[in-house]
Design a protein around this ligand. Structure first.
Ligand code: FES
Length: 99
Protein backbone atom coordinates (compact mmCIF):
# COMPACT_ATOMS: atom_id res chain seq x y z
CA UNK A 1 0.00 0.00 0.00
CA UNK A 2 2.65 2.51 1.06
CA UNK A 3 6.29 2.50 0.02
CA UNK A 4 9.02 5.14 0.09
CA UNK A 5 9.85 6.95 -3.12
CA UNK A 6 12.56 5.23 -5.16
CA UNK A 7 16.03 6.65 -4.68
CA UNK A 8 15.59 7.96 -1.15
CA UNK A 9 18.22 6.77 1.34
CA UNK A 10 16.84 4.48 4.06
CA UNK A 11 15.76 6.41 7.14
CA UNK A 12 17.11 5.55 10.59
CA UNK A 13 14.66 3.49 12.60
CA UNK A 14 13.25 3.51 16.11
CA UNK A 15 11.68 0.61 17.98
CA UNK A 16 8.20 0.84 19.43
CA UNK A 17 5.73 -1.75 20.68
CA UNK A 18 2.42 -2.53 18.99
CA UNK A 19 0.18 -4.79 21.06
CA UNK A 20 3.33 -6.03 22.76
CA UNK A 21 5.24 -6.77 19.56
CA UNK A 22 8.47 -4.88 18.88
CA UNK A 23 8.25 -3.03 15.58
CA UNK A 24 11.02 -1.06 13.86
CA UNK A 25 9.71 2.01 12.09
CA UNK A 26 11.34 4.85 10.21
CA UNK A 27 12.28 7.76 12.44
CA UNK A 28 10.30 10.95 11.87
CA UNK A 29 7.13 9.34 10.55
CA UNK A 30 3.75 10.00 12.06
CA UNK A 31 2.48 7.03 14.01
CA UNK A 32 -0.24 6.40 11.42
CA UNK A 33 2.26 6.22 8.56
CA UNK A 34 4.64 4.12 10.67
CA UNK A 35 1.86 1.62 11.39
CA UNK A 36 0.83 1.45 7.74
CA UNK A 37 4.44 0.96 6.61
CA UNK A 38 4.86 -1.78 9.23
CA UNK A 39 1.91 -3.67 7.74
CA UNK A 40 -0.82 -2.69 10.19
CA UNK A 41 -3.39 -1.80 7.56
CA UNK A 42 -6.29 -2.05 10.02
CA UNK A 43 -5.29 0.01 13.06
CA UNK A 44 -8.48 -0.56 15.06
CA UNK A 45 -11.90 -2.21 14.98
CA UNK A 46 -15.07 -0.20 15.39
CA UNK A 47 -18.07 -0.97 17.62
CA UNK A 48 -19.31 -3.55 15.07
CA UNK A 49 -15.90 -5.24 14.93
CA UNK A 50 -15.18 -3.93 11.45
CA UNK A 51 -11.57 -3.07 10.60
CA UNK A 52 -10.73 0.62 10.27
CA UNK A 53 -7.62 2.33 8.98
CA UNK A 54 -6.21 5.84 8.82
CA UNK A 55 -7.97 7.68 6.04
CA UNK A 56 -7.34 11.43 5.89
CA UNK A 57 -3.91 11.48 7.59
CA UNK A 58 -4.52 15.07 8.70
CA UNK A 59 -6.62 14.92 11.86
CA UNK A 60 -10.12 15.13 10.37
CA UNK A 61 -11.65 11.63 10.10
CA UNK A 62 -10.69 10.08 13.48
CA UNK A 63 -10.29 6.66 11.83
CA UNK A 64 -6.76 6.37 13.23
CA UNK A 65 -7.55 6.33 16.98
CA UNK A 66 -5.17 4.17 18.98
CA UNK A 67 -3.97 3.93 22.57
CA UNK A 68 -0.48 5.35 23.18
CA UNK A 69 1.31 4.80 26.49
CA UNK A 70 -2.02 4.18 28.22
CA UNK A 71 -3.80 7.20 26.77
CA UNK A 72 -6.91 6.28 24.77
CA UNK A 73 -8.14 7.93 21.58
CA UNK A 74 -4.86 9.32 20.30
CA UNK A 75 -5.03 10.34 16.67
CA UNK A 76 -2.11 8.40 15.22
CA UNK A 77 -1.80 10.78 12.28
CA UNK A 78 -1.06 13.72 14.58
CA UNK A 79 1.78 12.26 16.67
CA UNK A 80 5.30 11.22 15.72
CA UNK A 81 6.42 7.64 16.23
CA UNK A 82 8.86 7.72 19.15
CA UNK A 83 11.28 5.11 20.44
CA UNK A 84 9.75 3.01 23.22
CA UNK A 85 6.17 4.11 22.51
CA UNK A 86 3.64 1.50 23.60
CA UNK A 87 0.76 1.34 21.16
CA UNK A 88 -2.43 -0.69 21.51
CA UNK A 89 -4.81 -1.12 18.60
CA UNK A 90 -8.45 -0.85 19.83
CA UNK A 91 -10.58 -3.93 19.19
CA UNK A 92 -14.16 -2.73 19.41
CA UNK A 93 -16.01 -0.49 21.84
CA UNK A 94 -14.61 0.51 25.19
CA UNK A 95 -16.19 -1.00 28.26
CA UNK A 96 -17.96 1.23 30.74
CA UNK A 97 -17.98 0.51 34.45
CA UNK A 98 -21.47 0.47 35.92
CA UNK A 99 -22.01 1.38 39.54
S1 FES B 1 -6.27 9.55 9.70
FE1 FES B 1 -7.94 10.91 9.79
S2 FES B 1 -7.82 11.76 11.76
FE2 FES B 1 -6.06 10.52 11.62
Amino acid sequence: MFRPLDGLPPAPTVALYVDGVTVEVAQGRTLAIALLEAGYHATRRNHRGEPCAPYCLMGVCFECLVQVDGQDNVQACLVRAEAGMRVRLPQGPRTVEEH
